[in-house]
Design a protein around this ligand. Structure first.
Ligand SMILES: NC(=O)c1ccc[n+]([C@@H]2O[C@H](COP(=O)([O-])OP(=O)(O)OC[C@H]3O[C@@H](n4cnc5c(N)ncnc54)[C@H](OP(=O)(O)O)[C@@H]3O)[C@@H](O)[C@H]2O)c1
Length: 239
């Protein structure tokens, strides 16, 4: 299987890349930090192509197409890029950078993968979004809002693909807190998951072609309950 992973330079994207290499997949790995991608390349030089891609730039879709060409095609697109910070003082840069990366960047790259699979007639798009999209989170307004955007965007693409008779599958992966660079030093998070353990569940969900997968089971129980909390109660929660 030929898999493109955007955001493979660290965290869950990197762990998923290692697991897929163990399974014999051919990978196209992308992110901004080329040196980190070279670590993956060294694991299987003849099965890994690398590309320096910043999802916030306009040439990112062209770079994605060039990577797909170098791989001779793509069967699975796995999107793991993202940034997230707490922003209790609502610093504008943090809010806007998050929208640019998780909103604009996501739309740019998932959209290009969708158009590629539309031309081909079939394919599979999987993306790590988050449980943070379940409700608006006061400590991280733009992070939670962009994650909700990602959840809804995938739902919309699925409906559009079906209406167009395209055989494109979608997997929305929603982890709870995972111990990666994204969270480092931000806060002492509860029920933290290990990235390699989360990656194993991600690969399993992708192979099973799950539509939505919350990781792990504890968060799968908790998140529907958050959704049920009435607005007057949610408004006064001190997170
Ligand atoms: N950690 C958690 O608790 C948690 C929970 C739920 C969901 N998530 C989501 O999981 C995804 C992966 O994050 P992670 O936790 O594995 O953290 P991570 O180790 O920080 O990984 C983030 C990845 O995104 C890439 N990235 C960031 N900005 C980019 C840009 N402008 N262009 C291209 N790539 C970019 C990074 O690569 P470069 O810096 O090299 O570009 C890196 O490979 C994110 O979408 C995150 O929101 C994380």
């Amino acid at each position: 299987m030929r898999v493109v992973i955007i955001g493979a330079s660290s965290g869950m994207g990197q762990e998923v890349a290692k697991l897929l290499l163990d399974e014999g997949c051919r990978l196209g790995v992308a992110a901004r930090r080329e040196d980190r991608l070279q670590v993956l390349k060294q694991l299987a030089p003849d099965r890994v192509e690398t590309a320096t891609i910043d999802v916030t730039t306009e040439d990112a879709p062209t770079r994605l197409r060039a990577l797909i060409d170098r791989m001779g095609g793509m069967d699975l697109f796995f999107y793991s890029s993202g940034i997230g910070k707490q922003n209790r003082t609502l610093t504008p840069d943090i809010e806007l950078n998050t929208v640019n990366t998780n909103g604009m960047g996501f739309t740019r790259m998932v959209g290009e993968a969708y158009r590629y699979f539309a031309e081909r007639g079939e394919g599979h798009i999987a993306a790590i979004t988050s449980i943070a999209g379940t409700k608006g989170l006061g400590p991280a307004p733009s992070y939670s809002a962009t994650k909700a955007f990602q959840n809804v965007y995938l739902e919309a693409l699925e409906q559009q693909a079906n209406a167009r008779g395209l055989k494109i599958r979608f997997t929305d992966i929603r982890p709870g807190f995972v111990n990666t660079d994204l969270l480092s030093g931000d806060f002492n998070y509860p029920m933290m998951l290990k990235p390699d353990k989360a990656a194993r569940q991600i690969v399993h969900a992708i192979k099973a072609k799950r539509r939505v997968k919350v990781i792990d089971w504890k968060y799968a129980i908790l998140t529907p309950l958050w959704r049920l909390l009435p607005r007057p109660l949610w408004r006064h929660l001190k997170l």
